[in-house]
Design a protein around this ligand. Structure first.
Ligand code: 6R9
Length: 649
């Protein structure tokens, strides 16, 4: 993309929503924080680090003497599990519920901080009994059950970095991640409940371990009770080994830069990248952002993040941020349509959830299912809504606000990545006048901007590439075992700046709008057009629930826009409707953005964290064999979509 053809700035969204007065008056973080952080960024982060309990207080904040390899709070020492659990019990909050667990079949468990402390200590002792020591890597392949949280905290407690792999990734995907991290132990379960039935997990581990000889033990949580193949001497039942452990375990103080976890991101091509996060900076920023962005009042709020722990959102905003802040939260094992499409709302009602954090993919699915479903439940406990994972289309934002938030809850659209560790760009719920579809402003202490091809900051009203211009506490420290790839991937495109890989624009007020991955940007007749803007235009038509657009090679225009749309429950597919949708995009964005072809489909290819995989749709649109589908949540979706496609290009 060159500067004179940077992303066409097409979408105009004029709606504005001021923060609710009551929330603003009592907000955890107010406008003053921006100025304070700007005046002295490092002093601001040093102050945030004091949210944590350190065994040895840091005297240094940032060491950036060897960029891009950062050290934060380097001479400090702390234990993450102590911060997430023990200190709340010591403060007299042991009876507070940490986790309201809701299993898919309807079983539930409430776990207090005191109980969580005992579980984590026993699991830490069990890891030690199995020969795991500080620095050893542990792979975690579990369903969404409390043992996943316990396992992660037990690893953190003894200083054994965990590598959580999505339960549901194939044996091959698990094997390559176990090998890359050279894990010594795997923690898994017999199975978990998905779509109304037990779904086995351990067989994938058994297969994966055929090519991972270094793994000494497999620790198996009993969740479904299904028949499970067993390797004597290697496999150990979680309940049996933890039952004989003491609830006493003294947490060791680890260096602030001790590795906390590795989490693999698939990226678009090539070998998955093991993103490395460390201890003190990561916990400081996850705790601060959870406090600031969600305005958490731990005494009264019931918080719920619907992500899977296999995704970074689950690490930072189910495990580390909320628990460091002493939150009470809901954890749900299953799918949102089991046994019925109102399941999420039923759980909100049951626990009186006040803060709900979810992804645009689920919001658009709810739109497809219809307004009548949330209307059947009492959602009046909600006071704040969050969104993460993809750009949220303005129309989906409005739907979320009205149908879930009752028109009263502020929405925080939070931009961040596995690599950033914590939320970076987001409105503050008590401060920012919200704009549907925009993440808007870097949080206090964060420096982000949009640059053109030559690294010049673009003027307000223009588009380009999102970059982060200063190091931040929860930044990735490297790619596990590959420092050079870390430098090449993130720090080489623009000298001294972190390249996020996302297109973005700044509006007339300087607010940031995310426009999708740079790899997905379409080049039509010499204009760079963002996938996000065309998708948002399609979703703004009342018959459309969800859309994915790609640029397909075209003899006349270079690339032509091809759109795949999912209609709302009430709409019927017809040639007239397709023509109407093309005209609608033309009206909203201008004729250049009109899709050449629109196909209606019933599903879109998505990753397990709900992101649309446009690369696969491009293969379909260009009549190629569909590429690697291993990270797809449901691989049958591609067959369905291809069957919709006429064979001639
Ligand atoms: C947390 C997470 C990172 C990529 C990121 C961007 C997209 C995430 C977004 C968003 C627009 C938001 N993304 N949040 N785009 N608005 N609020 O999703 O991490 O799985 O590593 O993905 O997701 O493209 O670069 P990860």
């Amino acid at each position: 993309m060159s500067s004179n053809e940077s992303l066409a700035n097409l979408l105009k969204e004029e709606r504005r929503f001021a923060p609710p007065g009551e929330l603003a008056a009592a907000a955890n973080v107010t406008a003053e924080a921006y100025g304070r952080a700007k005046a002295d960024r490092l002093a601001f982060w040093a102050e945030q680090a004091r949210r944590l309990t350190w065994a040895q207080e840091p005297t240094q904040t940032l060491d950036w003497s060897n960029p891009p390899f950062a050290k934060w709070f380097a001479d400090g020492k702390l234990n993450v599990a102590y911060n997430c659990v023990d200190r709340h019990v010591e403060a007299g909050l042991g009876d507070r519920v940490a986790i309201h667990f809701e299993g898919e079949p309807g079983d539930s468990r409430a776990i207090t901080y005191a109980e969580l402390k005992d579980e984590v200590a026993k699991a830490a002792n069990a890891l030690l009994e199995l020969g795991i020591r500080k620095g050893d890597r542990v792979a975690v392949y579990l369903p969404m059950i409390p043992e996943a949280v316990v396992a992660m905290l037990a690893c953190a407690r003894i200083g054994a970095p965990h590598s959580v792999v999505f339960g549901g990734f194939s044996a091959d995907a698990v094997a390559s991640r176990i090998q890359d991290a050279d894990a010594k132990l795997v923690i898994t379960a017999d199975g978990g409940y998905r779509r109304g039935k037990p779904s086995a997990l351990k067989p994938a581990i058994d297969t994966a371990l055929e090519s991972c000889p270094q793994v000494e033990h497999v620790l198996v949580v009993r969740r479904t009770g299904q028949e499970t193949a067993w390797t004597e001497g290697r496999d150990v039942w979680w309940d049996e080994i933890t039952a004989r452990q003491s609830t006493a375990h003294t947490p060791e103080a680890h260096d602030a830069e001790h590795p906390l976890f590795i989490l693999y991101t698939s990226g678009t091509t090539g070998k998955p990248k093991g993103i490395l996060h460390t201890t003190g900076g990561y916990l400081t920023q996850t705790a601060f952002t959870h406090h600031a962005v969600f305005d958490l009042k731990p005494e009264t709020d019931v918080y719920w993040c619907t992500a899977d722990i296999g995704w970074v959102t689950g690490h930072s905003y189910i495990v580390y941020g909320p628990l460091a802040n002493g939150a009470t939260q809901v954890m749900y094992e299953g799918t949102p349509d089991t046994p019925h499409q109102g399941r999420i709302f039923e759980i909100v009602q049951k626990y009186g959830v006040t803060i709900l954090y979810t992804a645009p993919t689920l919001i658009r699915t709810w739109m497809k299912w219809g307004d009548a479903i949330p209307a059947k439940f009492d959602l009046s406990s909600l006071r704040l809504l969050g969104s993460v994972g993809e750009p949220i289309n303005p129309e989906a934002w409005i739907w979320y606000r009205e149908h879930i938030g009752g028109g009263r809850c502020p929405i925080v659209d939070t931009w961040w990545q596995t690599e950033t560790g914590s939320i970076m760009i987001s409105p503050l719920p008590g401060v920012t006048e919200a704009k549907p579809g925009s993440a808007q402003v870097p949080l206090p202490g964060i420096s982000a901007t949009v640059v053109d091809d030559e690294a010049h900051e673009v003027p307000d009203g223009s588009g380009g590439y999102l970059v982060l211009t200063e190091p931040w506490p929860s930044m990735l420290r490297t790619i596990w075992g590959d420092d050079q790839r870390y430098v090449d991937t993130y720090w080489s495109r623009f000298e001294g700046r972190y390249f996020a890989g996302d297109g973005a624009k700044k509006d007339e007020d300087g607010d940031i709008w995310l426009l999708g991955r740079v790899d997905d940007v379409m080049l039509v007749s010499g204009h760079n057009i963002s996938t996000t803007e065309v998708e948002s235009a399609l979703v703004s038509h009342p018959q459309v629930a969800e859309a994915a657009v790609v640029g397909a090679t075209d003899a006349t225009t270079g690339q032509a826009i091809v759109a795949f749309v999912i209609l709302r429950g009430t709409a019927t597919d017809s040639e007239e409707l397709v023509a109407e949708l093309r005209d609608h995009v033309g009206k909203v964005l201008g004729p250049i953005a009109k899709p050449k072809r629109i196909l209606t489909v019933s599903e879109l290819p998505k990753t397990r964290s709900g992101k649309i995989m446009r690369r696969l749709l491009r293969d379909v649109a260009e009549n190629r064999a569909v590429g690697d589908v291993t990270t797809l949540a449901d691989s049958t979706v591609m067959d369905l979509i291809q069957s919709k496609m006429p064979t001639a290009p």
